[in-house]
Design a protein. Structure first.
Length: 138
């Protein structure tokens, strides 16, 4: 292999390694931010970040506040075999692991962060909302 080809291959390896390191660092930053934000509220770790953001801090953590997150309200779960799943028909009832009135799980990016109850929105009685009854991990 010529010197030029060896140099090109080395540079390619460095670029790939740098891209992987950058992605890993971004993932670590996001995971750390989620950990910090898991203490949502005035007294939790997020309070310091919020104060920094409102005081015009240019810290990298300020960028967290604009990141979109997936919030899911979990009514309940169940397990079905593939055969049972494929046999489901319209009108059938699938039992869940929760009782009526039990708090629902609220997850953010797949991580349980709170529990809540279904309520009607005050401004639009035709829509549901969830009232937080417990923050998990406090």
């Amino acid at each position: 292999m010529g010197e030029s080809a060896a140099l090109d291959e080395t540079m390619e390896d460095e670029i790939i390694s740098t891209d992987e390191d950058s992605f890993s660092q971004s993932q670590n930053d996001l995971n750390n931010a989620i950990e910090e934000l898991s203490g949502l509220g005035e007294d939790g770790p997020a309070a310091g970040i919020a104060a920094s953001a409102t005081q015009g801090g240019s810290d990298a953590s300020d960028l967290i506040w604009d990141l979109p997150v997936d919030v899911n309200i979990v009514l309940g779960t169940t397990q079905l075999s593939v055969a049972r799943l494929m046999a489901l028909e319209q009108g059938e009832i699938v039992e869940l692991n929760r009782r009526i009135g039990e708090p629902l799980d609220i997850t953010v990016n797949g991580r349980k962060v709170a529990r809540g109850e279904i309520v009607m929105r005050e401004d639009d009685k035709t829509k549901f909302a969830v009232q937080i009854v417990e923050i998990v991990g406090r």
